[in-house]
Write a protein that binds this ligand. Structure first.
Ligand SMILES: Cc1cc2nc3c(=O)[nH]c(=O)nc-3n(C[C@H](O)[C@H](O)[C@H](O)COP(=O)(O)OP(=O)(O)OC[C@H]3O[C@@H](n4cnc5c(N)ncnc54)[C@H](O)[C@@H]3O)c2cc1C
Ligand code: SF4
Length: 511
């Protein structure tokens, strides 16, 4: 028997956990309801890390509980502990709900993923129910503003969009000019930790409470074969946790964030990073609040400008920019493969079992925590896949699966565009191609590796260095057309024919 008809059924997806979102505008407790569903397709369409599944489900269940505590009616479908009776997709789940309950309209904030938006649209049409998409107010720019910015530009650059947003939101600005007289303090940043190594302040941990522990148990049973560990799970899964995590970062790690934002160190997964991406992506915390906390730290003298600007640039700049790229270019973006890369992803991406110390560390911590920082993602795992020539779709599926913060609007442009250059230069003006010498400069990985970062051939040749020269050689014609790659390609000419022949041979074996 159907229950009393609802006016609006507010759909809340796993990365929309914000009770102040537009979906709740005008919410009437007597007439409206909230709908949330744990569907297995979202954890299975890529081979998802257990920690990522726990992150989403634990945060969703806490959000449900918070809404119920406020007296809202929540229709919530939990995933059963076994494969039996699982609901596959959002549309299946919606269909079941609407068979039991009538509502005049479905309301949802614009989903962050093209596939999900399409799926909801199709489901609503099929089920004959009205669906209203509402604007996502979580971001500091809109896809429309990005499209306007992109209009007529031959080439997009993050820097210019970032400046626009800073001006629009008056962030680190004085009298219409950037504070400190420069937009960018990268010159002061990008240091390595040197011989003495880092002295990082460990991030605040949020040990599982009963709700999260219940989800961990479920995931260990239901997704036993999936990659990743659960022993170390202590991610923030509520807005309160996220606020504590922000405070902890601002006080303890922001003051040196800029200096060391690209540095890496064996066995030190978090260094000076914020670990706020998952909390922001699931909307447990607002990016404007995060940016303001960093600006306040500069204004009260507790963090220097190079660190604060460097951090603000990641959120106001890169985070907004990649979202703009995603919505401007989807759905075709997913199919881009400018370099024609077609190799399979090496198996060790799922185990970390490799002799290459840098990859072993970056993948090892990924499997333990569901986390690696930006330089590890771009210049270790991403770089290796680029140089090998792995099919960008395969690389995309791996990144979407293994990080707790992975959602497609941010993961895809970073992976397919920035790290694999498969979009031919939409995200980055040149491929992020480098040899083992870059990794040696920015980390201590090479010190404990059996390979020598400067060597391209021989028994102890660094695979990154061999593959780097091979990458330039294989893609020479295309890369020569790129002004910013000319010098790198020219260096190939210094190699003798014999050297090039042995590089090609060694690279063929590696690839
Ligand atoms: C191949 C690849 C895949 C990536 N996949 C994801 C992903 O799935 N989800 C995700 O949130 N980020 C992704 N990133 C961006 C970045 O690596 C992570 O945001 C960052 O490592 C998260 O850690 P943190 O919160 O400690 O970041 P911090 O180093 O403390 O940076 C602060 C914040 O800035 C934002 N940010 C920094 N760099 C970027 C960037 N390039 N694009 C967008 N936002 C950025 C994040 O919100 C981050 O929390 C990816 C980068 C690469 C190269
Ligand atoms: S020598 Fe090469 S493979 Fe080994 S850690 Fe350094 S960059 Fe990585």
């Amino acid at each position: 028997m159907k229950s009393k008809p609802l006016r609006n059924l507010v759909l809340v997806l796993g990365d929309q956990l914000n009770a102040d979102s537009a979906a709740f505008d005008g919410f009437d407790r007597d007439a409206d309801g909230v709908w949330m569903a744990e569907v297995c397709h979202e954890s299975e369409h890529v081979w998802t890390h257990k920690a990522r599944i726990v992150m989403f489900l634990a945060a969703m269940r806490h959000f449900r509980n918070a809404l119920e505590d406020r007296g809202l009616r929540v229709l919530y479908r939990e995933l059963p502990a076994t494969g039996k009776d699982s609901i596959e997709t959002f549309s299946d789940a919606l269909e079941q709900t609407l068979a039991e309950l009538e509502c005049s309209k479905l309301v949802v904030v614009d989903p962050g993923e093209w596939r999900v938006r399409q799926e909801l649209k199709d489901a609503a049409e099929r089920l004959g129910v009205a669906l209203e998409f509402r604007a996502d107010r979580h971001f500091l720019s809109t896809p429309e503003q990005f499209a306007e910015h992109a209009e007529g530009r031959k080439q997009l650059r993050m820097e210019y969009f970032y400046r626009e947003i800073r001006r629009r939101h008056n962030v680190l600005m004085k009298d219409g000019k950037p504070v400190g007289g420069k937009w960018n303090f990268d010159h002061d940043n990008r240091k390595s930790y040197g011989k003495q190594g880092p002295d990082p302040h460990p991030p605040k941990a949020f040990p599982p409470d009963a709700v999260t522990a219940g989800v961990i148990k479920l995931v260990n049973r239901r997704f036993a074969e999936h990659p990743g560990d659960m022993d170390a799970f202590d991610w923030p899964v509520t807005p309160e946790h996220a606020a504590h995590a922000l405070k902890d970062f601002i006080k303890n790690r922001l003051p040196r964030f800029g200096d060391y934002q690209d540095a890496m160190w064996t066995g030190e997964p978090f260094l000076n990073h914020s670990l706020l991406s998952a909390a922001m992506n699931l909307k447990l915390i607002n990016p404007a609040q995060v940016v303001q906390a960093a600006v306040d730290a500069y204004q009260d003298g507790s963090a220097p400008l190079n660190c604060v600007e460097g951090f603000v640039r990641q959120i106001l700049g890169w985070r907004e920019y990649v979202r703009g790229v995603y919505w401007l270019h989807m759905p075709g973006y997913l199919e881009r493969n400018e370099l024609g890369a077609d190799r399979p992803l090496p198996d060790f991406y799922w185990t970390g079992e490799t002799e290459m110390a840098c990859l072993r560390d970056a993948i090892g911590q990924t499997l333990t925590y569901g986390y690696a920082h930006h330089t590890q993602r771009l210049m270790v795992t991403g770089l290796h896949a680029l140089l090998v020539g792995v099919d960008p779709r395969e690389v995309h599926k791996w990144y979407l699966a293994v990080y707790v913060d992975a959602v497609e609007w941010v993961e895809l442009p970073n992976t397919l565009g920035m790290s694999q250059f498969a979009d031919g230069g939409v995200m980055a003006s040149k491929p992020y191609a480098a040899s083992g010498k870059y990794i040696d400069r920015m980390s201590n990985y090479c010190q404990s590796c059996r390979f020598a970062p400067a060597k391209a051939t021989g028994d102890d040749a660094c695979p990154f260095t061999t593959l780097y020269w091979d990458f330039l050689d294989r893609n020479r014609e295309r890369l020569e057309e790129n002004q910013r790659m000319k010098l790198q390609v020219k260096n190939l000419d210094r190699k003798t024919d014999e050297e090039l022949a042995s590089i090609r041979e060694a690279a063929a074996r590696l690839r």
